[in-house]
Design a protein around this ligand. Sequence first.
Ligand SMILES: Nc1nc2c(ncn2[C@@H]2O[C@H](COP(=O)(O)OP(=O)(O)O)[C@@H](O)[C@H]2O)c(=O)[nH]1
Ligand SMILES: [Mg+2]
Ligand SMILES: [Zn+2]
Length: 359
Amino acid sequence: MLTSETRARLTSIGWSDAIVLPSDMPADQVPARVIIQHRNGYVVHDGTGEFTVQPAPRFLKRGLDPTERPAVGDFVLLKPGRPAQIETILPRHATLSRAAAGERYQRQLIATNVDSVLVLMGLDGDFNPRRLERYLALIQSSGATCVVALTKADQHDDLETLLVEVADVLPPDIIVHAINAKDVQSVSVLHPYLAVGRTAVVVGSSGVGKSTLTNTLLGQQRQATKAVREHDSRGRHTTTFRALIPLPQGGCLIDTPGMRELKLTGEEDLQVGQFADIDSLSMRCRFGDCAHQSEPGCAVRSALDSGELDPDRWASYQKLRDELQAQASSLEAQLKRKGQTKILDKALGKRLQEKYGHR
Ligand SMILES: Nc1nc2c(ncn2[C@@H]2O[C@H](COP(=O)(O)OP(=O)(O)O)[C@@H](O)[C@H]2O)c(=O)[nH]1
Ligand SMILES: [Mg+2]
Ligand SMILES: [Zn+2]
């Protein structure tokens, strides 16, 4: 049990009722939150101050799934010492992950215990509905809410047309804001996601304004930002590690480095509203197992022919679906290899069958 004093302290770093302490918590251990992950250690915040800690040796075991190691956003229990040691990761209520770039299948954590994911996309040439669909797929299985913030709104003069275009690729329940990340007044639309006890993570390409937004919300230049190269409006990677920052609004923000590749992990579910239009089209195909190639009575094909379904969106859906399937197989193989068949049955087997048994 936490004293009300401890609870108040922890609330300043995003503690909420969603975080559950073990009933058998050792009396000498104290909760804290991971705010920075370095190559050889972690920085945590206990609500009073920041300090460096070491992970318990079992977290360093080779071959351990990276998602089982402490990550930025985690609430952990520390064993006192010099330095203190991370003993336990408290159960996560949300986990945003992706698959690592490269050949070998591996899940990577982007942030944990986040209530919302602010997807930043610049209105200066960075805007890309296909990438938005990809982010959405990753976020929808995370347990966090997706919020889209279009930055550099001050550099765009036809916002209305653009907002319609964005709304077209998003499920109706996703909120879209257009902001100038440099302007205090403009970014105040994001305050509801950053109230006391709430945590948001900002994601988006390099140069989109993640660190600028963080600084504006913070009211000081804490995160380094970089001038955008003129010729391609791309920023350079200035933020090199994830950092959780408590804000004056009472909530916490996690700034991240830009991610070049956003590979699905295989745990996503494209069926949750994101492609509801395609879903309901395929329900109307004559054959239950229609592959939407050249079958007679294919509702998807006829929607493509009539222009009702955007061919780019269809291509994007197929690409994500195939990638998801391939990644799910990799994940399945990995879990099997490690003998984690229990998780496997629960998380994947059933879902895969439901999803791909009929498409
Ligand atoms: N005009 C304008 N410039 C912005 C906005 N957001 C970011 N920038 C500029 O874009 C550049 C890259 O921003 P930065 O925060 O470093 O991007 P990050 O890589 O996502 O962290 C900086 O020069 C910012 O001043 C915005 O909303 N409006
Ligand atoms: Mg940055
Ligand atoms: Zn069909």
